[in-house]
Design a protein around this ligand. Sequence first.
Ligand code: HEC
Ligand code: HEC
Ligand code: HEC
Ligand code: HEC
Length: 199
Amino acid sequence: MSPKKSFYFFFFIASLFSVLSSFAPCYAEDERIEIELKDTAPMANPLKYALGDAEYDKAIKSGEYSYSGNLKCRLCHRDFFMGRKKDLHEHTFKKSVKKHRKETRCFPCHSTGYGIESGFTSLKETPKLANVQCEGCHGPGSKHNILGAKGGFLAGTDKPGTIKKMCQACHNARWDKSYKDVNAAYEVYKNAEAAATLK
Ligand code: HEC
Ligand code: HEC
Ligand code: HEC
Ligand code: HEC
């Protein structure tokens, strides 16, 4: 190939790559996203699903429960905080909802406490509650933080059935790829190093 021809050839290949890569995200997009966005069923509320309407309403009305964010938890549970750094729950907003960060439909399962006062509202207003943090599974931590001891959670370790329902509220029939056995996946989370043992 003459130098001129090879230059054009190189240019052709390079532009082909840039055109293809600009389309790549469309191919990679999960088809469930379109289905989710068209779904007219009420938005998910994991805490409400886990507690049931009556208990949920009572808890919310009491005004005793609010979300603190995981930096609070780090104060006393450094092992869990560090152990969760690689857990996808802790990164899911940026990883999976990036392109749809304005679609509120995605928030209940990819952030902490969306739809509940003091919970996540938007990346701009409440960046510290993005992703599924500690309180995304255990429920709002305000009461527990004051006690500085066991208890105070709506989905604490004294209520394993409730935490399991939290898992199932987000990992529903549509979004069911993460695990096959909820009991086995649940057991893993008893350890501070959950993320490390998942794969
Ligand atoms: C002021 C210290 C303190 C803070 C802040 C704190 N915890 Fe705790 N937590 C404790 C102590 C003490 C225990 C009881 C001993 C143990 O199990 O490690 C405990 C126990 C727990 C338990 C097991 C018992 C139960 O009630 O279910 C969970 C789950 C838990 N904490 C989660 C959290 C989360 C999530 C946060 C942040 C919202 C948090 N903690 C913030 C001190 C704290
Ligand atoms: C508030 C919603 C929510 C709750 C509650 C929740 N999850 Fe998830 N989970 C997610 C999302 C979203 C992802 C996907 C993360 C990603 O890839 O962006 C995920 C991912 C996972 C993964 C894959 C992690 C990996 O590293 O591959 C496992 C396993 C999992 N969840 C188990 C559980 C279990 C067990 C529970 C209950 C104890 C639970 N989840 C509770 C939303 C939730
Ligand atoms: C009912 C809860 C729920 C809602 C609503 C939801 N997701 Fe998810 N999403 C999950 C769970 C759980 C996972 C992990 C399990 C899976 O991939 O099936 C997940 C995983 C993902 C993944 C990663 C898929 C993969 O294979 O790595 C993407 C991307 C995603 N969600 C985007 C979205 C977008 C965009 C929306 C809003 C249109 C949305 N999700 C709404 C629960 C939800
Ligand atoms: C994906 C859901 C999920 C997330 C996110 C999560 N946990 Fe848990 N956590 C669990 C489950 C499930 C258990 C076990 C409950 C039981 O004993 O039956 C548990 C147990 C605990 C315990 C008690 C451990 C023991 O030895 O009894 C503590 C403390 C705790 N979590 C703290 C945290 C903190 C702090 C964070 C955030 C850094 C966090 N968790 C994030 C699901 C989660």
